[in-house]
Design a protein around this ligand. Structure first.
Ligand SMILES: C[S@@+](CC[C@H](N)C(=O)[O-])C[C@H]1O[C@@H](n2cnc3c(N)ncnc32)[C@H](O)[C@@H]1O
Length: 298
C-alpha cells in the first residue's frame, strides 16, 4: 500500500523473510485499487520514447500478480509483455489475470530468482520494476543489471521511494492523535531491518535518478502520481486497508506502545463502529513515484 511497506512475512527469527505467495490477493487488490494511477504511469512512460521508437518487448521485473503487466499489454498493443517473478503462484495469478482480460498470447511469464537470473531475461524496449529493487541486497547492482537489458532508446523505470499512504484523520477519537505518523515510523524501522537482512545487503544513498545515471542511463528523473479516494471508502478499499493494518500489526505491532497497539486493535475490530471497516472518515491518499532513464542519448 505504501511504496514499500506492509509486506507479509513469516514469524520467528527471520521476521523480515517475506512470503510473497500469501501476499497474492493483497498485491492484486492493491494493484486494482491503483489501476487509474497505473494507466497514467503507462501513458507517461510512453512519452519517454522517441516518436519513431517501436516498443516490442516489455519486462515487468518483480511483477507480482501482473496487474501492471496487463496494463502495459493494453497500453502498448504491439508489445509482448513478460511478467518476471520469483514466486510461481504470483506468476500463475498473472497468467490468470491476462486470460480474464483477453490478453492471452500478449502476456507471458518467466520464473526467475533475482538478481542471479537478470542476465537470462533477454533484451527489452521497456524494463519496469515496481517495489522489487528494494528487496534485492545491492540496489545499484540491480539497476545496473536492469539497465543492461535495454535495447537502444529503451527506457528503464522503477517505482521506488514515494510517500507513505494516508488513510486516517490526525485525531480519530481513540488513543493519542497522530497514530498514522507512528505507524509510518515503526514500518520504516521494519523496512530498515528487512533491507539489512537481505543477502549481500549494501547501503546506498537512495537518490534514484543518480543511481539510474550511474547505471549508464540519460535523461534521468522522476514523477509522482496521486491516488485520491475520499471518504467514505467503498468495501474494496476498506478491505485493502484492513489487510494492510493486519500486516502492520503482524510485522511491526510489537514496536508500538501499549496505547497505540490498543488503538490498532480497535481499528481491526470488524464489529467496532470505530474500526477501519466501518468508520466513515477513512480515506486513501497514495503517492506513486516513478524514476526513469533512457538508454543512449535521444
Ligand atoms: C512488493 S512486491 C511488488 C509487486 C508488484 N510489482 C507491485 O508493484 O505491486 C515485490 C515482488 O518482487 C518479487 N521478488 C522479491 N524478491 C525477489 C527476488 N529475489 N527474485 C525474484 N522476485 C522477487 C516478489 O515475489 C514480489 O512479487
Amino acid at each position: 500500500m505504501t511504496a514499500h511497506h506492509g509486506a507479509g512475512h513469516r514469524h520467528g527469527h527471520q521476521h523480515t523473510d517475506i512470503d510473497w505467495e500469501v501476499m497474492a490477493a493483497q498485491l492484486e487488490t492493491n494493484g486494482e485499487i491503483q489501476l487509474p494511477v497505473l494507466r497514467r504511469v503507462a501513458d507517461r512512460l510512453r512519452q519517454l520514447f522517441a516518436p519513431e521508437k517501436e516498443v516490442r518487448r516489455i519486462l515487468d521485473v518483480g511483477s507480482g500478480p501482473g496487474v501492471m503487466t496487463c496494463v502495459f499489454a493494453e497500453a502498448f498493443p504491439a508489445a509482448e509483455v513478460v511478467a518476471v517473478d520469483g514466486a510461481p503462484g504470483l506468476l500463475d495469478a498473472a497468467l490468470a489475470r491476462a486470460g480474464r482480460l483477453g490478453l492471452d498470447g500478449r502476456v507471458t511469464v518467466r520464473h526467475a530468482e533475482l538478481p542471479a537470473a537478470l542476465d537470462d531475461l533477454g533484451t527489452a524496449d521497456l524494463v519496469w520494476s515496481s517495489k522489487a529493487v528494494h528487496h534485492l541486497g545491492d540496489q545499484q547492482a540491480a539497476l545496473n543489471g536492469l539497465a543492461g537489458l535495454l535495447r537502444p532508446g529503451g527506457v528503464l523505470a522503477v517505482a521506488e521511494g514515494g510517500l507513505p499512504s494516508r488513510y486516517l484523520p490526525r485525531d480519530i477519537g481513540i488513543g493519542r492523535p497522530g497514530i498514522q505518523a507512528r505507524f509510518d515510523a515503526v514500518l520504516e524501522d521494519w523496512f530498515t531491518v528487512m533491507r539489512a537482512d537481505l543477502p549481500g545487503s549494501v547501503g546506498v544513498v537512495e537518490d534514484w535518478p543518480a543511481m539510474l545515471g550511474r547505471a549508464g542511463l540519460s535523461g534521468t528523473g522522476g514523477f509522482t502520481l496521486l491516488l485520491d479516494l475520499p471518504a467514505p471508502l467503498d468495501p474494496a478499499a476498506r478491505a485493502f486497508l484492513y489487510t494492510h493494518l493486519t500486516r502492520l500489526r503482524d510485522t511491526a505491532g510489537e514496536a508500538l506502545d501499549v496505547e497505540d497497539h490498543a488503538t490498532l486493535d480497535v481499528l481491526l475490530d470488524p464489529g467496532a463502529a470505530e474500526g477501519i471497516l466501518r468508520r466513515p472518515d477513512a480515506f486513501l491518499l497514495s503517492a506513486t513515484t516513478v524514476y526513469a532513464g533512457v538508454h543512449g542519448v535521444r
